[in-house]
Design a protein around this ligand. Structure first.
Ligand code: NAD
Length: 241
């Protein structure tokens, strides 16, 4: 049987390409999302391509649903936490509820999945968390920035906790990536973001899938607790001008 990889947010702009890439790498992929129709369409499409895919509709903010999901699967060789919630809010408009619903998915769901999956993983298994370059600081979404900074902290803590079991945990910090999430920005905000981009353009979901493929690969055995920026140089801190 192929090694099993679970990808959350699988129906998303990045998630679907990550699913496809890991299946092409030879994993049996369990694609998880709460959005039923796009997930089913993705599964049908990738099965037609001859890829080894199963789909599971799960709301990852429900702890019992996470337990049922993980306990119903064979031990995972790779877990990719890509499900994430992003929206923009003025700093003084943010409510406690904005923080709660963002943390519920971006941090707590990823942590619950990691804990539950890692309890049954063998040495050599990988966890890859999709954080964001924004964790370094960004305007107009302090709740999201804070949730991704928390996910990076959790990545480092779980890398330490799980290293004795031979499980490697890393994060990817995407910059601007051309997905529906990016199209949630107003045209003005998008133009402003692109102007700050040293390469002058957004990346693609394939750029992220390449990084996930590298960090999840069976031969990757000595990198843990790291944040890999896939951001066209935005984390360098200048516009490149
Ligand atoms: N797109 C970007 O430019 C960008 C940049 C930096 C970081 N990221 C991060 O990359 C990851 C993937 O982004 P994307 O562009 O694919 O986002 P997306 O919005 O296209 O996909 C997110 C997916 O998560 C799913 N989801 C939401 N709530 C859920 C829940 N409770 N249970 C299960 N699934 C749920 C959605 O249905 C959706 O399919 C996210 O964590 C995001 O924060 C994206």
């Amino acid at each position: 049987m192929n090694a099993v990889a679970l990808v959350t947010g699988a129906a998303g702009g990045m998630g679907r390409v990550i699913v496809q890439r890991l299946a092409q790498d030879g994993f049996s992929v369990v694609a998880v999302d709460r959005a039923e129709d796009p997930l089913r369409e993705l599964g049908d499409q990738l099965k037609k391509e001859g890829l080894d895919i199963q789909t599971r509709v799960v709301d990852l903010t429900k702890e019992a649903a996470i337990a049922e999901l993980i306990d119903g699967l064979p031990a995972l060789s790779a877990l990719v936490n890509s499900a994430g919630l992003f929206d923009e809010r003025g700093f003084f408009d943010l409510t406690q509820d904005d923080f709660r619903r963002t943390y519920e998915l971006n941090l707590i769901a990823a942590a619950s999945l990691t804990q539950r999956a890692a309890a049954r993983m063998s040495a050599g298994a990988k966890v890859v968390n999709i954080a964001s370059r924004a964790y370094l600081g960004a305007r107009h979404h302090a709740h999201y920035v804070a949730s991704k900074a928390a996910l990076v902290g959790y990545t480092r803590a779980s890398a330490m906790e799980l290293a004795p079991k031979g499980i490697l945990v890393n994060a990817i910090a995407p910059g601007l990536i051309d997905t529906p999430m990016l199209r949630a920005l107003t045209p003005e905000r998008l133009a402003a973001q692109l102007a700050l981009q040293p390469t002058g353009q957004a990346g693609t979901p394939e750029d992220i899938a390449n990084a996930v493929s590298f960090l999840a690969a069976p031969g990757m055995s000595f990198i843990t607790g790291q944040v890999l920026f896939v951001d066209g140089g935005k984390s360098l801190g200048g516009s490149g001008a």
